[in-house]
Design a protein around this ligand. Structure first.
Ligand code: NDP
Length: 323
């Protein structure tokens, strides 16, 4: 029987359970996939714990790669045997076999293996919209990037460097600092330092053009303090908890700042947008400009252990679950 990881109540990693499921034939517009690798993401922990609540019981996971086993009526651009990768909601990718909308699938080119595909869709498309849409990086900009040795962080650091930015990365350990430098960070600030003061010192007092902040509550004020006048605060994650409500006057007093709180799925809502983003991403990965470093692998049944390691900041780069 096919297996899926599900949870019946919100909570810690212990709520994740492997259950046997029945997977039928694909309906119109669907495909049936046999997963070869499943991507692990920090958002999975928000779904599990209820920060982003879901109707229960729920599946979990929003990213994977696999092979098309069957296609439903009306699906014309995919065939049995095709290799695909995707990011898709509602969460249900922690499984070995599933049905999913064909419109969310992106064919994997021969030069991108399945683990890479599974690891790069959500995180790589996030790096794409952050650097190409939320605040489009220009050559010569200095930008600040948190969790620079992490999943999104490694891809964003390499991409920002490729776009000609000077990249300041924030990390918590010396080992992660070395990883972030290898991904293109020009400067490193340690997470326990006075981040804004260090950024000012590194920019001759000016501050950065944009901050890409995935940490949330603990770093929001430091991030605002690190921006130059008219700078852009892109707050896109809650690794330390959600950002507290704040006064708009905080933006005025620091020099007419901009703040945005983007979500990936608003940038890939049409097939055209999804293919534009994944086309750019895959071209850079195939050309070797962006390396997707799968640094952790767990059996699908060890998803709870993977969550513990991710939340305890023990991972770097990408993590996949193998069915
Ligand atoms: P990461 O691999 O980046 O793991 C999280 C990292 O955050 C840790 O390794 C750690 O790096 C850092 N961190 C800082 N403070 C904490 C804390 N209190 N607890 C845990 N980690 C902390 O995860 P992902 O690449 O999967 O995701 C990165 C972030 O991007 C997440 O916040 C996620 O929610 C967000 N995201 C948002 C999207 C959107 O569209 N809005 C889409 C995709 C991801 P260090 O130890 O170096 O500080």
């Amino acid at each position: 029987m096919p297996t899926a990881i599900r949870f019946a109540r919100h909570g810690g990693p212990e709520v994740l359970e492997a259950v046997e499921v029945t997977v039928g034939e694909p309906a119109a517009g669907e495909v049936r996939l046999r997963h070869t690798a499943v991507g692990l993401n920090f958002i999975d922990t928000y779904h599990r714990e209820g920060l982003y609540p879901l109707p229960l019981p729920s599946g979990i996971g929003v990213e994977a790669a696999g092979v098309v086993e069957a296609v439903g009526p009306g699906v014309e651009d995919l065939a049995v045997g095709d290799r695909v990768a995707y990011t898709s909601r509602p969460p249900a990718s922690y499984c070995d076999v599933r049905l999913a909308p064909a419109a969310h699938m992106v064919p994997l080119p021969a030069g991108i293996d399945d683990e890479t595909g599974a690891a790069m869709m959500l995180k790589g498309l996030t790096a794409w919209y952050l650097l190409r849409r939320s605040y489009p990086v220009r050559a010569g900009d200095t930008v600040l990037l948190y969790a620079a040795a992490g999943g999104v962080g490694q891809i964003a650091a390499q991409w920002a460097k490729h776009l000609g930015a000077r990249v300041i990365g924030v990390v918590s350990t010396d080992e992660k600092a070395a990883v972030a430098r290898a991904c293109g960070c020009d400067e490193i600030v340690m997470a326990d330092e006075d981040i804004a003061a260090r950024v000012r010192a590194l920019t001759d007092g000016e501050g950065v053009a944009a901050v890409y902040d995935s940490v949330g509550r603990d770093t929001f004020t430091a991030s605002l303090d690190a921006l130059r006048p008219h700078g852009v605060m892109v707050s896109f994650g809650n690794a330390s908890g959600p950002v507290e409500p704040f006064s708009l006057l905080e933006l005025a007093s620091r020099g007419s700042l901009h703040v945005t709180r983007p979500v990936l799925f608003d940038f890939i809502g049409t097939r055209e947008a999804l293919l534009a983003g994944s086309g750019e991403l895959m071209a850079l990965v195939e050309a070797g400009v962006i390396r997707i470093n799968v640094s952790q692998r767990y059996p699908l049944g060890a998803a709870a252990e993977a969550h513990r390691d991710l939340e305890a900041r023990r991972t770097t780069g990408q993590t996949v679950l193998i069915p």
